[in-house]
Design a protein around this ligand. Structure first.
Ligand code: FPP
Length: 244
């Protein structure tokens, strides 16, 4: 991989759909959980690299609303991995001035995981170099419905009128309030769908799909995604002439 490419045009917010852990394990005749375990190593690597490169926000789709429907053993194993990850990474987050955030129905997480997550968010909240944003028990549709309810309640209380609702106020009621929209969404394992991820926020995101399975996603794969992003012309609905 060439190292002398231009890295001035980096996406500010990269979001990743980490897919393929199960297939990675199956290909080796291992239980699915081993794929998730190996996936944690890829998480560590991508967080470190994003920080080195100066990416401002890295969102990782770690557990979807739908993932609760997986076999109990797998759900428990994922919760344990998340807890262990948070425990082992605290010093790294603090040392590298990374603030942890979470989006999703975190109240549904097991108490021990939720408490540790909240503590880590609090302990790292002063960090300004990068935001590591974990999507946990997250679903894009549920997030949009929740925002609609918040705004409807404000209308009922007379705090706002329906006419006051615009894209800005709506976005302010999403879990991602205050974060920029993703510039680049990476999906591993070759599947070509958003799977209920950042549905509102992805409106103008560039999408990059790689056949690499998540546990194999390494530094070169991340660089390949970033270089591909640099080649894209982002028009946001305008013409090429207007953009230039
Ligand atoms: C999708 O692969 C991956 C998940 C549902 C979980 C992702 C979790 C991790 C990478 C580890 C824990 C996360 C953190 C942040 C510590 P899949 O199981 O759907 O794979 P398959 O499509 O090949 O079956």
């Amino acid at each position: 991989m060439a190292t002398n490419k231009d890295l001035t045009k980096l996406p500010g917010h990269v979001a990743i759909i980490m897919d393929g852990n199960g297939r990675w394990a199956r290909l080796r005749g291992l239980p699915r959980v081993m794929g998730h375990k190996e996936g944690v190593k890829a998480v560590r690597s991508v967080v470190r690299q994003a920080r080195e490169l100066g990416i401002s926000v890295l969102t990782l789709y770690a557990f979807s609303s739908e993932n609760w429907g997986r076999p109990r053993d797998e759900v428990n194993a994922l919760m344990d991995l998340l807890y262990n990850y948070l425990e082992s990474e605290l010093d790294e987050l603090l040392g590298n001035k990374i603030a942890l955030k979470a989006i999703g129905e975190i109240e549904k997480l097991p108490d021990r995981v939720r408490k540790y997550l909240e503590e880590t968010i609090k302990k790292t909240s002063v960090n300004k170099e990068m935001i590591l944003n974990l999507a946990l028990s997250y679903g894009g549709r549920a997030e949009i419905v929740r925002a609609a309810k918040v705004l409807a309640e404000r209308c009922l209380r007379g705090e706002i009128c329906p006419e006051d609702i615009d894209e800005g106020s709506f976005a302010g009621c999403l879990y991602t309030a205050g974060l920029p929209d993703p510039d680049l969404i990476i999906r591993t394992s070759g599947e070509e769908r958003l799977s209920n991820f950042l549905l509102y926020q992805a409106a103008y995101a560039e999408i990059y799909i790689t056949p690499t399975l998540w546990p194999d996603f390494g530094r070169d794969d991340f660089m390949a995604a970033l270089y591909e992003y640099q080649k894209r012309e982002r028009r946001f609905g305008l013409t090429a002439e207007q953009i230039s």
